[in-house]
Design a protein around this ligand. Sequence first.
Ligand code: SIN
Length: 273
Amino acid sequence: MAAVLETLEQSPFQTRLLTGQTGVEIKDIRLQDMSDENVEATRRLVGEYCVGVFPNQNLSPEDQLEFVSRFGKITKTPGVDMRSGVDFVHVVADRGDPDHPVSGGFHTDTCFVETPPSFSTLHAIEVPSHGGDTIFCNQYMAYDSLSDVMKSWLEGMRFKHVVSGTDRPEEVPDPVWHPAVRTHPVTLRKALYVTYADRCIEAEGLNPEEGKNLIDFLYKHSLRDHAMYRHRWNPGDFVMWDNRCSLHAAVYDHGDQPRILHRVMCQGEKPFE
Ligand code: SIN
């Protein structure tokens, strides 16, 4: 347990871990006032615990862009309608279906480009009184809990990533191959890099059935309760996650209540093993 808490204890913030190993709350800091040193501490914290939660923020779309740009070049998902007047700010505005609550499905953002986003952020503008949570899971834990045989089998393995569901198909890039296991550039830990079957469609060197079964197994292996953090939204929450070591899913169980979040992402490096 001491090793789990090390990054937390070294941070300059008031923090608490939100589950066993996933999700950290960072309190009493105004994002607009962060020093460069604190930006680096945030990069380490979110890189280690996969998700950072900053309550009680009040960010304009421009403030959010400014803050996220300190972590990398601002980027957006090709082919997605941003629904906002501000370039690179995506208004996530989903209403649930009262009769059919569903999950958006666990995924890592925009994995189908050469340099997928490192961090994604959501700032809560209007939230349902109940429901509409976002769940995150920890892909370091998914990798660490594989057998040594499976780990060595995955060495050098690559998966093919493609777009699924898009507002503008003409903007969609060609499929890309990424390592099945990626090394996080800050923590240097290994994380399983899979996403849902519509987007992660092939394993290099395996026949289609073998590849599908392997990806399916690894995806299911990732989704375990003790590796998850479930975020219950409050207005003003700013949540930042590291796509290099986590999956996330929105839960659309909030009926017809409004749920409005502003989403900004920054570009990461080309995934490497
Ligand atoms: C997303 O999948 O990136 C959005 C998550 C959410 O709406 O909670």
